[in-house]
Write a new protein. Structure first.
Length: 298
């Protein structure tokens, strides 16, 4: 089936990290070649991390990042990144960045960077799930069930994406039912990724925003296709534990421990195929039920 939303993920990836200098520790992104109107939240996380990385020596790698969303960004406008150097120690460095667009706040983030060093090791075991081989890719599932995807969601879900996703469990579209939160996806970049570990970290940050909020809706009997549901990412945190490559298969083990106050909390653990836990993700999102008469105003 021909993709009706033929974005070029390679061009998007190249444009995402072509920053222009706007002064000391000030950077400006370029408009993205995308069929989407609004910036994907993972792109904002990824670009904010990239801006902070550019002010830190290469021998220090990010180990923790926390971003707060303030308003939606547009793909056809530049983002501006103002980085502040909070600390520069022998082992650690900390940065803050304010992300704006046309003078309006979009997000702000904090990150901590560390020199590699040895220490004690323990981790959760990787879930015992089927491997990626033989699982149906998500674009194939979407193509078979395109009629179940609301028109307003098709530009995002039916476009060519930077990552290939393969759900381990059945992938439900538009079927409202209370389900256990845990689910699992294998994912990897759609093309070989050249570059330093920092490049792979920012691309994992990009991917980590996918599927996490939908996971948190499952115990509520809600689906991302619901017209009476307003959703928005509120904040996003990532802890990096080890090395990895995003062009090799990674397992995203997702769960949701709680929802309250029209907010849902999603958690994710990222494992290499050899079972090594390389990142932990937490995201809080808005999940507001709207009156049926408001459906056309979402």
């Amino acid at each position: 089936m021909t993709n009706p939303f033929p974005d070029d993920p390679d061009l998007e990836r190249q444009a995402a990290y072509q920053f222009d200098s706007a002064g000391p520790d000030r950077f400006q992104s370029r408009p993205l070649p995308s069929g989407l109107l609004r910036l994907y939240g993972g792109m904002i996380v990824s670009q904010a991390l990239a801006a902070m990385q550019m002010t830190v020596p290469d021998d220090k790698h990010v180990h923790a990042m926390h971003l707060f969303y303030q308003r939606a960004g547009l793909t056809n406008r530049a983002l501006h990144f103002a980085v502040e150097r909070d600390t520069d120690g022998r082992s650690f460095a900390q940065r803050r960045v304010a992300v704006t667009q046309e003078g309006q706040p979009v997000a702000y983030a904090m990150a901590s960077f560390q020199m590699p060093e040895a220490g004690g090791v323990h981790q959760d075991a990787m879930p015992d799930v089927a491997g990626p081989e033989g699982l149906e890719p998500l674009p194939s599932i979407m193509a078979r069930r395109l009629d179940d995807v609301p028109l307003r969601h098709r530009p995002f879900w039916c476009r060519r994406q930077q990552f290939e996703w393969r759900p381990v469990e059945a992938f439900f579209i538009g079927e409202a039912a209370v389900r256990p939160a845990p689910r699992h996806f294998w994912f990897r970049a759609n093309a070989a990724v050249e570059g330093s570990p920092q490049v792979h970290q920012r691309l994992l940050a990009y991917a980590s925003d996918t599927h996490i909020m939908q996971t948190a809706l499952r115990p509520l009997g809600l689906c991302w296709t619901d017209d009476h549901l307003q959703t928005s990412s509120l904040d996003h945190a990532i802890w990096f534990h080890g090395t990895f490559r995003v062009d090799e298969w990674l397992l995203y083990a997702l769960d949701s421990p709680v929802s309250s106050g029209a907010r849902v909390l999603g958690t994710g653990k990222v494992f290499r195929q050899d079972g090594t836990l390389v990142a932990t993700v937490v995201q809080q999102g808005l999940a507001r039920l709207l009156d049926r008469k408001c459906e056309g105003k979402i």
